[in-house]
Design a protein around this ligand. Structure first.
Ligand SMILES: Nc1ncnc2c1ncn2[C@@H]1O[C@H](COP(=O)(O)OP(=O)(O)O)[C@@H](O)[C@H]1O
Ligand SMILES: [Mg+2]
Length: 266
């Protein structure tokens, strides 16, 4: 025997088959008999940006709530980094590295931009857990906070009050406070909502940068952004997955055109 049969038949690892950092199988949730999410399969990969799209009421936010364990699934399983998290509480899941933007993104308007990030860095489960409750913690966190501000392009706003920032830059600050937890999987629910053209471009660049060494799953209505930014798209309709694939694939799908693009895009 020179080669084992297993080696001969071993699957070739392709991008699509690489192990997902976050995956859901048969995910479902109903509310008093109303099926909000049904049989959803999802794989989110490191270094990739995955979009969840679909008309209002399709179940996108409910899927986010299920993945982060804000809601308990009525069906299906969820795995994070190879571990079954279906029954784990939200705080545990967040500490394992699955973080949703608004989860910790409430910014404090009367604190400076820098202090907002330093406070975020102090949270248990954050990078600076070793400094938790230490009096010298804030100063010790300054270099890392400045690094995060630089990453999102807020260096020049370092000493301004968060409440004085424009809407778009507040959202950017929220992303910085989320990144303070160094999430392995970052969930963004409509990160560009309500933003002007320029801010959309800025936030797109930030997401592209932060996705280089983590997985991003985002709900986004702006299909130009989705086409430009996302490696994989899952389309939902009435709680179920209608289609999945890259932008070209899903945008050519007739059912997607009818269900989503025909009604919501332009
Ligand atoms: N807590 C809840 N109780 C009852 N129905 C809900 C609840 N949360 C969501 N739903 C329903 O589930 C469906 C999907 O909602 P949602 O996930 O918010 O959709 P999307 O984010 O895609 O717009 C909607 O019909 C909504 O009314
Ligand atoms: Mg929603």
């Amino acid at each position: 025997m020179t080669a084992s049969p297993a080696a001969a038949t071993a699957p070739v690892a392709s991008e699509g088959e690489a192990r997902a950092v976050l995956s859901a199988r048969g995910l479902g949730r109903d509310f008093a008999g109303f099926v909000a999410v049904n049989n959803v399969d999802l794989d989110v990969h490191d270094g990739k940006i995955h979009a969840l799209i679909g008309p209002n009421g399709a179940g996108k936010t409910t899927v986010f709530n299920l993945l982060t364990k804000f809601l308990t699934p009525t069906a299906g399983t969820i795995e994070l980094l190879g571990q079954d998290i279906t029954r784990l509480p939200p705080a545990k899941v967040a500490r394992m590295g699955l973080v949703r933007s608004f989860q910790i993104s409430a910014t404090f308007p009367h604190l400076t931009v820098l202090d907002n990030v330093r406070v975020a860095l102090q949270r248990p489960g954050g990078l600076a857990v070793q400094f938790w409750r230490s009096l010298s913690s804030l100063d010790a966190l300054t270099p890392r906070a400045e690094e995060l501000l630089h990453q999102v392009g807020l260096d020049d706003a370092r000493d301004r009050l968060a409440g004085d920032l424009s809407y778009g830059r507040k959202r950017v600050l929220e992303i910085a406070t989320t990144l303070a937890l160094d999430p392995k999987v970052l969930l963004l629910d409509e990160p560009m909502a309500g933003m002007g053209h320029e801010d959309v471009g800025t936030v797109s660049e930030i997401i592209r940068t932060v996705a280089k060494d983590r997985a991003v799953l985002m709900v986004e209505h702006n299909l130009t952004v989705v086409a430009d930014l996302c490696d994989w798209i899952t389309v939902m309709q009435r709680g179920e997955i209608l289609a999945a694939g890259d932008y070209d694939t899903v945008s050519r799908d007739e059912r997607v055109r009818i269900a989503y693009m025909g009604t919501e895009h332009e």
